[in-house]
Design a protein around this ligand. Structure first.
Ligand code: AP5
Length: 289
């Protein structure tokens, strides 16, 4: 699976383009230059003659940038514990340049920093329960409203998880273009949770069987999350099923279920098609405005 992850990362990566700076993964990254100058650079060279027609990957890049400028892509991704949200987010972020905001990661950062919120949050996370709204809601809202997310679009992972959390965004007029719900059978989820490992240096997600580390050095430093035990994942699953239904009606116009029990690349191919189509719709709207 490590090699398949690497393969996924490489097939995501277009050759370097002039208007965007490729990152280490070769992905699209929007530099901090003003949006207008990025726009001009993309549209300044040549006309529409076949000789000047850009290769497909460049047109794709241009599409993403145009959409990002006018109305950046906004994505929510949900699913049971270990359904693959974080794994897919790495790939989505790499291709679409959106800002990944993971509620779980924000909470773990609070825990690591030893804040009061972190201490309180940990009590709930250890029981597999939702952390109370008075901690989570503002934390996510503040992150969403930061300039990088506003400019490049966002990918909200693991939020909202309840009706009240969704309504907190609705009242601010914050809605996604698409709500992806990963669907994976429970028995697979338990195996994924128990075998998950994290690299504290790169933040990369591994699995002892499905996505093993590339070398001994990485293997030696991998860590396991405190809530990644069989006992705790069962509680987390219960919490997920108790709450997910309440989101379906709020996002029914943008929700798409994706089967998450295929390979990492297979799942991403499906998500990529959906996101492409969202970007196309945005581009059409920009063109017709
Ligand atoms: P959070 O950190 O969000 O955990 P979660 O929702 O339980 O999801 P996970 O991070 O466990 O899994 P994932 O879907 O990202 O899967 P991954 O890609 O890592 O939340 C933790 C806790 O914080 C919650 O329980 C709650 O207490 C609290 N919390 C968070 N948000 C909250 C909110 N909004 N409100 C209140 N409380 C909140 O993949 C898992 C493993 O599977 C990996 O090892 C990976 O390599 C492997 N894998 C992934 N995809 C595949 C594939 N296709 N094939 C084979 N293996 C795969």
């Amino acid at each position: 699976m490590a090699s398949s992850m690497a393969a996924a990362a490489s097939y995501l990566s277009p050759p370097p383009v002039t208007a965007e700076r490729p990152t280490a993964r070769g992905c699209l990254h929007f530099p901090s230059a003003p949006a207008s100058s990025r726009f001009l650079r993309l549209h300044s060279a040549g006309g529409r003659s076949p000789a000047n027609r850009k290769p497909r990957y460049l047109r794709r890049a241009a599409k993403v940038v145009v959409a990002a400028m006018a109305d950046p892509l906004k994505v929510m991704i949900a699913g049971a514990p270990a359904s693959g949200k974080g794994t897919q987010c790495e790939l989505i972020k790499a291709k679409y340049g959106v800002v990944h905001i993971s509620a779980g990661d924000l909470l773990r950062a609070e825990i690591a920093a030893g804040t009061e919120n972190g201490k309180r949050a940990k009590e709930f996370m250890e029981k597999g329960q939702l952390v109370p709204d008075d901690i989570v809601v503002n934390m996510v809202k503040e992150r969403l409203l930061q300039p990088d997310a506003q400019e490049n679009g966002w990918l909200l992972d693991g939020y909202p998880r309840s009706y009240s959390q969704a309504m907190a965004l609705e009242t601010l007029g914050i809605r996604p273009d698409i709500f992806i719900l990963l669907d994976v059978p429970d028995e697979i989820l338990v195996e994924r949770v128990v075998g998950r490992r994290l690299d504290p240096v790169t933040g990369r997600i591994y699995h002892v069987k499905y996505s093993p580390p590339e070398n001994e050095e990485i293997a030696a430093r991998l860590t396991q999350r405190f809530d990644d035990t069989e006992e705790k994942v069962k509680l987390r699953l219960q919490t997920h099923y108790q709450n997910v239904e309440s989101l379906l009606s709020i996002y029914e116009d943008v929700i798409v279920k994706v089967k998450g029990d295929a390979t990492v690349e297979g799942v991403f191919a499906e998500i990529d098609k959906l996101l492409n189509s969202s970007v196309d719709k945005k581009e059409e709207m920009v063109a017709s405005a």
